[in-house]
Write a protein that binds this ligand. Structure first.
Ligand code: C5P
Length: 310
């Protein structure tokens, strides 16, 4: 995680992620699902500014880089959340854990679409854990941070490290892998998102309707091998997201995006996480810019030309 300090103000860059492989291995007794997923960070980032404050209160100001967001959007709801925001919950958790009496002033500048399968909220929360420890001068070990991250959500631990990783368990068991920087990618976020819990519930119904509690599992090995060799064509062919079919039943945008990306001749395309953001790996930056323009012109949502980070 990128962290910069100016006097007592800490600035952190919280990147979004994409899932290049996501397999659901089964349901756990705690109601969560056992996952195996390959995630890569991209250079679409929120920025978090944290400053320690003697008042003992935590104040969050949430701003949106994109001012055209409509009322009633997930972004508008996020701005109204106040203390329920995952960033505030992360700060409160640190405060409680370390017995800190100080407060903090926090400014969050959002660029990552909300509730969109890009884990923006999780990345902000990871940044908040790191920033709180720095601002309040708490000596957490990496294990302490991982434990706090797991208490807050499934994807947060991934953002405590940098680079690509295979994540297992609920998503909180993180195994870093050598990744590829500079892949040219277009991410499109349609106007309507999906709640992660609804998508997992739909997968359970889907499996039950088929008279089984489980589905076949796609191995991650082919994709990892393709990433290791850097073979773009093989990476494109090996992309897999178990949640895509069921998310497609909940949201018509998924099929539309899949069609458009297929027609655009990308190297490979896939829904990210539990959706509804959808990405295509392109042959280069120019290719990506052309596709992004086309997606916006067809009314498919907001399009971001991004690069993977190593
Ligand atoms: O942990 P997080 O807040 O990201 O999860 C949101 C919801 O997604 C959970 O409440 C759960 O319903 C579902 N989920 C799941 N299995 C996972 C991760 C999330 O069922 N591994």
């Amino acid at each position: 995680m990128h962290i910069r300090r100016r006097d007592d103000l800490f600035e952190l860059w919280a990147p979004a992620k994409l899932n290049l492989h996501l397999e659901v291995l089964g349901r756990r007794s705690d109601g969560f699902h056992e996952l195996e997923t390959l995630m890569c960070p991209i250079n679409l980032c929120d920025t978090l500014y944290v400053q320690s404050h003697s008042s003992g209160r935590i104040r969050l100001d949430c701003q949106f880089a994109d001012r055209r967001l409509p009322n009633g959007s997930p972004e508008a709801r996020l701005a109204d959340e106040g203390a329920d925001n995952l960033v505030c919950r992360a700060l409160e958790l640190v405060r409680h854990e370390a017995g800190v009496k100080l407060g903090a002033t926090v400014r969050l500048v959002k660029r990552i679409p909300v509730a969109a399968g890009l884990a923006g909220g999780s990345s902000d929360a990871a940044a908040a854990l790191v920033a709180a420890a720095a601002a309040w001068k708490i000596d957490f070990t990496p294990q302490d941070l991982l434990r706090l991250a797991a208490q807050l959500g499934s994807d947060i631990a991934f953002f405590l490290q940098t680079g690509w990783a295979v994540c297992r368990g609920r998503g909180e068991i993180v195994q870093p892998v050598a990744g590829l920087g500079n892949l040219a990618v277009v991410v499109v976020t349609p106007p309507q998102g999906l709640a992660t819990a609804d998508v997992f519930a739909a997968l359970r119904r889907h499996d039950e309707q088929r008279g089984r509690t489980d589905h076949e599992h796609r191995s991650i090995d082919g994709l990892l091998d393709a990433v290791q060799t850097g073979h773009l064509g093989r990476i494109g062919q090996a992309l897999h997201n178990r949640l895509q079919t069921v998310a497609g039943r909940l949201s018509p945008w998924i099929a539309r995006l899949a069609d458009e990306f297929a027609r655009a001749g990308v190297v490979g395309h896939l829904m990210s996480g539990s959706g509804t953001s959808y990405f295509g790996i392109c042959r280069g930056a120019r290719h990506a810019r052309g596709i992004a323009r086309r997606m916006v012109a067809r009314g498919l949502g907001r399009a971001f030309v991004v690069r993977s980070r190593q």
